[in-house]
Design a protein around this ligand. Structure first.
Ligand code: HEM
Length: 307
């Protein structure tokens, strides 16, 4: 039975390190071997710093997949598509590899990330690196709790991981989307608390969901809480974290799912709206600056591919 990468469904941590790489020409074999060595490295550090709750995810970019594993491709894997309506847009900045390292210690993340970069160094260019952190009681920098409606327990695994019957070779893998959002904090701070709450669709202090009839069609959770024709919720597992410093602040959005479709429909609903002019008003206060699609294979497949 294949095992998933443990970072996909891990509980939230205090710190994260996101590394995005492009692979150099003629380095595919090197990369397959180097990636296959990483899970053991993560396990060793997780043992050494057991109180830090270290976990990690290795994911392969949609445009790089065929070079990594030409024999087969996850059915739904396709590059992140640029989306734009008026001044609302989601740029595509696809990368070959994404490595997410999370734990409750920033120093442990630093040690592990350094080791990862050393190991991959001969085969990659590091294109972007972002450090995330937990803010207060799990809030986004807008001040709202982020992650409340995430699937929980066993259901989280059902939402995040590809099932045997969907595509057996890729079972326990996960489709991953990332976007680095930059917030306009000074504009956001000009709003009254009630205006902010109407934009999210939940109360700020107590994180209580608005009653259906009070939820504006432009509220973030109205635009992202979608259902299929049978009335089943189209869910994703969000593992986003705030990032930034005094000049630039935002959310590093990370979502895992057994299908890429749920994220695509939610993002479309945020940007394009409901067909009656109701787009997600959160987008007036934050702007995606990157966007990329990946597949995070099971631990077993990462090992198999290197052989
Ligand atoms: C819910 C923040 C981007 C999908 C929420 C909530 C907050 C939030 C505060 C309510 C609490 C919760 O259930 O977690 C943000 C911020 C974003 C962002 C600050 C960007 C700057 C996105 C994107 C997607 C998304 C890009 C998907 C394309 C969702 C979903 C929910 C949610 C599915 C739960 C809706 C529900 O069932 O109630 N987000 N979000 N979010 N967000 Fe976002």
């Amino acid at each position: 039975m294949a095992r998933e990468q443990f970072g996909i469904c891990a509980e939230p941590n205090l710190h994260s390190y996101y590394l995005m790489f492009n692979v150099l020409d003629n380095k595919n074999k090197f990369i397959r071997k180097a990636l296959a060595a990483l899970p053991e490295l993560f396990d060793d550090y997780a043992d050494q710093f057991s109180e830090s709750n270290l976990n990690a995810v290795i994911a392969i970019g949609a445009s790089y997949w065929d070079e990594y594993y030409p024999q087969a491709r996850p059915n739904g894997l396709k590059p992140f598509a640029h989306m734009q309506v008026e001044d609302r847009f989601a740029p595509a900045t696809n990368y070959d590899l994404f490595i997410e390292i999370r734990s409750d210690r920033a120093d442990v993340n630093h040690v592990v990330s350094t080791k990862v970069c050393d190991l991959l160094n001969d085969g990659v260019e590091l294109v972007e690196q972002v450090k995330g952190f937990r803010y207060l009681d799990g809030r986004d920098l807008t001040g709202f709790v982020d992650g409340s409606e995430n699937p929980k327990g066993m259901h989280k695994r059902e939402v995040a991981l590809v099932k045997e019957q969907d595509q057996s070779e890729f079972c326990k893998g996960s489709y991953l989307h990332i976007q680095r959002y930059r917030h306009n904090m000074s504009l956001w701070q000009t709003l009254e608390e009630k205006q902010q709450e109407d934009i999210i669709g939940r109360t700020k202090r107590d994180d209580i969901e608005y009653a259906s009839e009070d939820k504006p069609h432009t509220a973030h959770i109205k635009r992202t809480n979608l259902k299929d024709k049978e009335g089943n919720s189209l869910e994703i597992v969000r593992q986003s974290m705030p990032y930034g410093h005094m000049k630039i602040q935002g959310l590093f959005f990370v979502a895992y799912c057994h299908t890429p479709v749920n994220f695509e429909l939610q993002l479309k609903s945020m940007i394009e709206g409901d067909g009656h002019g109701n787009f997600d008003h959160l987008l007036k206060y934050t702007q995606a600056e990157t966007g990329a699609a990946f597949f995070a294979p099971s631990l077993d497949l990462i090992t198999k591919i290197a052989k």
